[in-house]
Write a protein that binds this ligand. Sequence first.
Ligand code: ADP
Ligand code: ZN
Length: 633
Amino acid sequence: MEKQQNKRNFSKSRRDGASIFAIIFALLFIAMGVRGFMGAGTVPTSAMLPNGINTTQTKPVELSFSDVLRRGKDIQTMTIHGTDATGTMKDGTKYTATITYDPELLSKLAANGTSISIDASKGTMEYLGTWFPIIISLLFLWWLFRGMRGGAGGITRGLAQQNPTKITTGKPKTTFADVAGIDSEKQELMEVVDFLKNKEKFTAVGARVPRGVLLSGEPGTGKTLLARAIAGEANVPFFAASGSDFSGIIVGLGVAKIKEIFEMAKRNAPCILFIDEIDAIGQRRSTGSYNDQDREQTLNQLLIEMDGFANDTGIIVIGATNRPDMLDSALLRPGRFDRQVYIELPDLAGRRAILDLYAKKIKVGDDVNIQDVARGTTGFSGADLENLLNEAALHAVRNGRTAIAHADIEEARDKILMGPRKTRKMRPEDIKLTAYHEAGHAFVSQMYSDITDPIHKATIVPRGRALGMVQHLPIDDKVSMTIAEVRANLSIALAGRSAEEVFFGADKITTGAESDIAMATRLARYSITTAGLSPRVGLAAINQITNFGRSSALESASEKTAELVDNEIKAWLDTAHADATKLLVKNKKVVERLANELLTRETLTGDEIREIICGKKATAKKAAKPRAKKNAK
Ligand code: ADP
Ligand code: ZN
């Protein structure tokens, strides 16, 4: 019943929109029609040229441009208006033609005795053509101005109703079972579901009921999904809009739209009103620019609506943002978005759960180890994981498989992380150098496998900007590193460059180590200036990354300290580089073998690498210190 009412509302507003378009179209048609008529009218005008023949009955012949060129001698008069030419032939027939305005042609015609006149006057329609855009702009400005004065009145309101499609609605079938890996967040939101289902229970004891829930977290962590699931669990309608829909060039539109969706929500209560990207309206008030003024009005309207709920309305507003720090604090006051749930990127267990959920929906082959996939996807959001399995499924289909194989997941993951495979042709010497570079990373990495993450694979297949790479597979999610790990990782990172020097000579080194060097520098700087790992620099935090990604001095570091830091970073990097070089020089033979295997096979798995280095079958976990160390000699 209520739903129907809703539908009617939608179609009505759509009609409003349609009528505006109809008017615009009608105007265009009239303009075109008048123009066409005027165009046709030029023929009779020129037909009145004095030529002594009754012309009203003879229709002018149409000459092509080549006819004009060919029959130039036969043409008596020609009146040129732009590219239109009209006139009479020497035998009295009238003609029309389209010509290119060419001085040479004209002089040729004149030489033949044609009398030529050029009509440079403008038709009324052409005047209108010049004025039309100006008039339209003026009308538009007037419109904007009206919007500003009248707030949500008049046309802005009509416009607000024009885009009902942006508001998605319906009772979602999504439930909490469709959301995996974020159990504590689900638990927290159970109460909201409970309230929507048993409003009376809450109001009977006079409990203050939730009105607004703010879900924050990185994109793709499942905020929208969770909001839908709440509606689904409570079996109430779900209205969704995006904060960015509320801002536009038309002032007052945002306010009108806010009023509109809240009206709709009230008619359908209990329900969930979901506003994605709420930071687009709820940003902290700041600069006072023109755009800000509009947003502020919109934000105020949102606050008014939320404050205006009676205690038992049964509307829960769920906002989602990935920049909670940017929100105006007014939004977070009691009675507004007073419940805040932060959704983290999923940890290892979470990723496992999400992968399991989606793996159930597709065919996954026996050689796929979901736990390993979860391990190799640190930093992936729920959406990324879903996308990973999708890409893998596509890859499987392209390769004629009926179930996803390990190779499909590898390909999909590399594609997501590094970009698609490059088919770029590389010179053989570049490929060779890349193979040694990657072999260097892989070898040194294996030398430190007792304290660092095991190698997952090494490859010389170019992807994105990388010519090759060595990947590691963490055993579990790491939250910190020991100083030994940091030093080891620096060596591993710089081992590519070391290999270039050891096997090709210092004059052959390439820019290919660019990202290795950037990564190593970042890690060293962080360890020294932020994590207090350098005894020489000490425990003082010297730099801190602010929210806005700008780096600013926390303690104003003296010039002396800054110099000390620079020297210390250089010292750490030099030590790591020397260490890697030493390891490679000592084990030239093995590294060479590794590089050659890479050249022939392009990609080596962690196990294959361990086998080449350690000489026998070894698995990731068992390839620990003793054997690796022995081979290091
Ligand atoms: P957000 O709103 O945080 O940007 P979405 O809710 O739109 O993220 O997530 C996009 C998609 O990713 C979802 O539709 C769902 O398919 C998948 N997804 C994200 N997180 C999860 C999760 N925790 N469990 C299951 N699927 C998820
Ligand atoms: Zn490298």
